[in-house]
Design a protein around this ligand. Structure first.
Ligand code: GYE
Length: 308
């Protein structure tokens, strides 16, 4: 029925690149910003169809999602893995189906590196080292009792941030971890863990929270217990992510030190896909540059620059 025979039909959805994204869940502000970044990037106007799956922090759900993506013959699988281990079998299935897998945010630990095409994310060990250095620098030789609220056990973010602290404790005899438990990267669990820690420990100098949402829960628990904390208080608080809400609490002095973790990976993943589409080889691993914010030096402009 007329028209230019060489022009593709306007509604040809087969021209879109189909991306299946298996997301960890919605446990934190960081995660919400990460999901939004992916959804904003992989839109039809940019030439993509995004199939999004929220695994509710369960690896078995992520494995099911990946198998569904394989069945749907997506062009790319993007995986934000909840934990590092346990991916060999399902990623072999993706490889056998000829579907490239891009890992984003946390890392995976597989016996065969050809099971994924590329990874982009943060250097979590470096983040942990920065936070631990703040404790070492600010307490000098004084005895420091540290409450350590970990992230999701077995996730790269937890492994790196925990290693940074534990390494500093091993090297500095004045540092002591008096309690260590997972707050699962959520505000509710962070609060619950802190409430129980407060029942058993009298002298606390530092609470090392592995993300902002845990720190918000910890602050609620400290408030309820009538403790003083932050810049002008007895208990110093360390956090990670440096989200808008986290930086707001840093400027107000509730959080002493907040190490940045950047969630805006959508454009970074798109860059990898564009390289692959163009027949290029993307970097196998790419780390994002990140800063850290001290309550003594942070400014309103730092917060205004934060969309998430
Ligand atoms: O720090 C935390 C989230 O893997 C970097 O996961 C991510 C972490 C982030 O739940 O808030």
């Amino acid at each position: 029925s007329g028209g230019d025979a060489t022009a593709p039909p306007a509604d040809d959805s087969s021209a879109l690149i189909v991306v299946g994204f298996s997301q960890v869940g919605a446990e934190s502000d960081w995660r919400t910003a990460n999901t939004q970044s992916m959804k904003d990037t992989f839109v039809e106007a940019n030439g993509y169809k995004l199939i999004f799956d929220d695994a509710q922090q369960k690896q078995e759900n992520q494995i099911t999602a990946i198998r569904n993506f394989i069945q749907q013959e997506v062009d790319y699988i993007v995986l934000a893995p909840v934990t590092e281990t346990g991916w060999d079998t399902v990623l072999q299935e993706a490889k056998d189906a000829g579907i490239p897998v891009i890992i984003v945010d946390r890392m995976i630990d597989v016996s065969d590196d050809s099971l994924y095409t590329a990874w982009v994310g943060s250097d979590f060990r470096k983040e942990g080292d920065k936070a631990a250095a703040w404790i070492v620098d600010n307490f000098k030789d004084k005895e420091v009792n540290i409450v350590h609220i970990q992230g999701t056990i077995g996730s790269s973010a937890q492994i790196g941030r925990t290693a940074g602290l534990e390494d500093a404790v091993a090297k500095n005899s004045n540092l002591k971890i008096i309690a260590q438990q997972s707050g699962e990267f959520t505000q509710a669990k962070g609060q619950e863990v802190m409430e129980s820690v407060l029942k058993q420990n009298d002298k606390i100098d530092v609470v090392y929270c592995e993300n902002d949402n845990e720190a918000f829960g910890v602050i609620d628990a400290l408030e309820a217990a009538g403790k003083t904390y932050g810049k002008d208080g007895d208990i110093k608080i360390i956090s990670f992510d440096a989200t808008n809400a986290g930086l707001t609490d840093t400027l107000s002095g509730k959080i002493n030190y907040n190490v940045e973790c950047n969630p805006l990976h959508g454009p970074r993943v798109e860059k990898i896909i564009k390289q692959l589409e163009g027949g290029q080889t993307p970097d196998k691993k790419a780390y994002v540059d990140e800063a850290a914010f001290d309550a003594n030096t942070i400014t309103q402009a730092d917060i205004d620059a934060r969309a998430y």
